[in-house]
Design a protein around this ligand. Sequence first.
Ligand SMILES: Nc1nc2c(ncn2[C@@H]2O[C@H](COP(=O)(O)OP(=O)(O)O)[C@@H](O)[C@H]2O)c(=O)[nH]1
Ligand SMILES: [Mg+2]
Length: 206
Amino acid sequence: MDFNGSDTIPGPRTEDHLPQSTQAAAKIVIVGGFGVGKTTMVGSVSEIRPLTTEETMTEAGIGVDDNYGSDTKTATTVAMDFGRIRITEQLVLYLFGTPGQERFWFLWNGLFEGALGAVVLLDTRRLEVSFDVMGRLEERGVPFVVAVNTFPDGPRYSVEDLRAALDLPPEVPIVECDARRRASSRDVLMTLMRFLHSLALSGSLT
Ligand SMILES: Nc1nc2c(ncn2[C@@H]2O[C@H](COP(=O)(O)OP(=O)(O)O)[C@@H](O)[C@H]2O)c(=O)[nH]1
Ligand SMILES: [Mg+2]
């Protein structure tokens, strides 16, 4: 499947050098349960060819990786996805997509080191697969926004209903996205950056 969608921004994707105007870089993690679209999002938005460590699902994952709602999926990310996007003239984001499966949580300490913020991806058919991840982020004090990846057969909920179901405070942004589309994934990152900016202004970022 072509994850880049039809709105891929024209021109060469690979920018190996950072432009002179770049002044700052930030680390962002993309998290969520199995099959919610992390690899897809990093792949659609990255300006460099994304690095991904996918491995064909093995016996070890059978019965452990809940494959519901993603029956065509035969690969799962065992370590992480990595990409890069220049979000403004000055700011570059380094993206780390990290697996939500419990057996990979030992990776998280290192992956969250120095992370400015996170995107939690949700699949409305299986909201519960992203619950634990949100709890972990809260424990570690990593601010996050919630992006609802719209799968065609997924139930649609209002933002208010989702906020109540996820027990999220009113300030945490919840947005819809299509992880396959570059512009949509970029919008999610912009929402996160605006949220982080507002936290910094209000003095809530430590
Ligand atoms: N319809 C739809 N399918 C998606 C979207 N994002 C991902 N997928 C599909 O969902 C499956 C799981 O995505 P993947 O990025 O591998 O999930 P990950 O386990 O979170 O990395 C893939 O087979 C994609 O085809 C989306 O926004 N819309
Ligand atoms: Mg993946």
